[in-house]
Design a protein around this ligand. Structure first.
Ligand SMILES: *Cc1c(COP(=O)(O)O)cnc(C)c1O
Length: 374
């Protein structure tokens, strides 16, 4: 691959065609009778929010979801015109962002509702909001004993319009928890009735994240909120023996060999001397480390692919470097490409080695790693 200008060759390559193909696979699987929200919070799970959103916008996604208003502003500044839902909260002082950048807040407490209503009143505006109800996640959302009261309060706030009602699943991916997920759906339906009875008529009713949309057809409402499915990161979330769409990872992480050394048997490598060569070895130095978000916990555990061969990471992963054992690789040379995440070594695979999920691996890639779109 040609290097266009001089830079460290460590980069995350984002395949936007795969992103679009994953959306299409979800549409085929879930159907066209619901609308689609692409969740692009946390820099699109590390994939780069603006380029991913612009591509998904050209695929006619109906909504974007972000965690915080700042992320919504970034999308607007990048040229995104599709509706944006801020899944988190507007902190005091951030309310004007909703008006200035056309962001739709999720509201789950009265204080936030009052602040938004006041500003909407001052601006002579009716602001669309989405209300989040807690149906069992126990995190963000209005508790069930307060639904009636909350619906009544919102009725009195004349400058807010409840455009959506939503909830979030605690364990939609887990078949053992099916009864709980169904209970969450029933509770949501009850919340919907309460808000209708309270005089609200939300356009959007949405419950499902990626696992909900795939596994629980009765949770789809009229909008599904997809994150992991779009990035092809569900391998370690969904059981593999269920009916599911074919989704492919969008991100690969690659670098190049910076140096190669012959190391005699019996020598130690790296910080802490955690690895000793058993025989005469050829060791390659690769410019990536935990400062790039490549987990230090992969020390002596991870692997890399070079010239189609899988080779082990040896010794501690340091801040800026790893070492790989290329003794068995035919004729490795400085500059050879090294794949840390790709078709044969998935983010979800390395997540499993360090006790986390693929989302945390891609989200964790730091800003030192350029995202290159292909
Ligand atoms: C992150 C998030 C999603 C997307 O979840 P995935 O499992 O990645 O599809 C959906 N809804 C809410 C409220 C979220 O915070």
């Amino acid at each position: 691959m040609p290097v266009t200008h001089a830079q460290r060759p460590t980069a995350a390559y984002i395949n936007l065609d795969t992103l679009a193909a994953n959306l299409r696979a979800m549409r085929d699987f879930v159907g066209e009778n619901v609308k689609y929200m692409a969740v692009v919070k946390a820099n699109a799970y590390g994939h780069g929010a603006v380029p991913c959103a612009l591509r998904l916008e050209s695929e006619r996604v109906n909504w974007f979801g972000v965690a915080i208003p700042e992320e919504g502003v970034e999308l607007r500044n990048g040229g995104v015109t599709t509706p944006i839902l801020c899944l988190g909260t507007f902190w005091p002082g951030q309310e004007s962002l909703a008006f200035d950048h056309d962001l739709t807040p999720v509201v789950f407490n009265e204080e936030e509702a009052l602040r938004l209503n006041t500003l909407a009143f001052e601006n002579n505006r009716i602001l669309d909001i989405h209300v989040k109800v807690d149906t069992g996640m126990g995190r963000v959302g209005v508790r069930s004993d307060l639904w009636e009261q909350f619906a009544a309060t919102l009725s009195s706030l004349k400058n807010l319009n409840v455009d959506g009602l939503m909830t979030h699943f605690a364990a939609a991916e887990n078949p053992v928890e099916n009864a709980f997920t169904e209970l969450q759906i029933q509770r949501f339906n009850k919340a919907y009735d309460i808000f209708r009875a309270g005089g609200h008529s939300p356009t959007w009713s949405d419950l499902a994240n990626s696992p909900g949309a795939i596994r629980h057809p009765d949770s789809r409402g009229n909008l599904v909120r997809l994150g992991g499915a779009l990035y092809g990161l569900l391998d370690d979330i969904l059981p593999n023996n269920i009916d599911q769409p074919q989704l492919k990872p969008v991100l690969s992480l690659r670098s190049r060999i910076a140096d190669i050394k012959l190391i005699a048997a019996g020598q130690t490598l790296g910080y802490g001397r955690t690895f000793t060569t058993e025989s005469d070895s050829r060791i390659a130095l690769v410019p990536i480390g935990y400062a790039d978000g490549y987990p230090r916990a992969l020390s002596n555990k991870g692997s890399a692919e070079i010239n189609g061969q899988i080779v082990p990471i040896v010794g501690r992963i340091s801040m800026d470097w790893i070492l790989i054992d290329v003794t068995d690789v035919a004729k490795p040379v400085i500059g050879d490409e090294v794949t840390l995440i790709g078709e044969n070594i998935k983010a979800t695979d390395i997540a499993g080695l360090v006790g986390t999920i693929g989302y945390e691996i891609t989200c964790g890639l730091t800003s030192r790693v350029p995202r290159i779109y292909e």
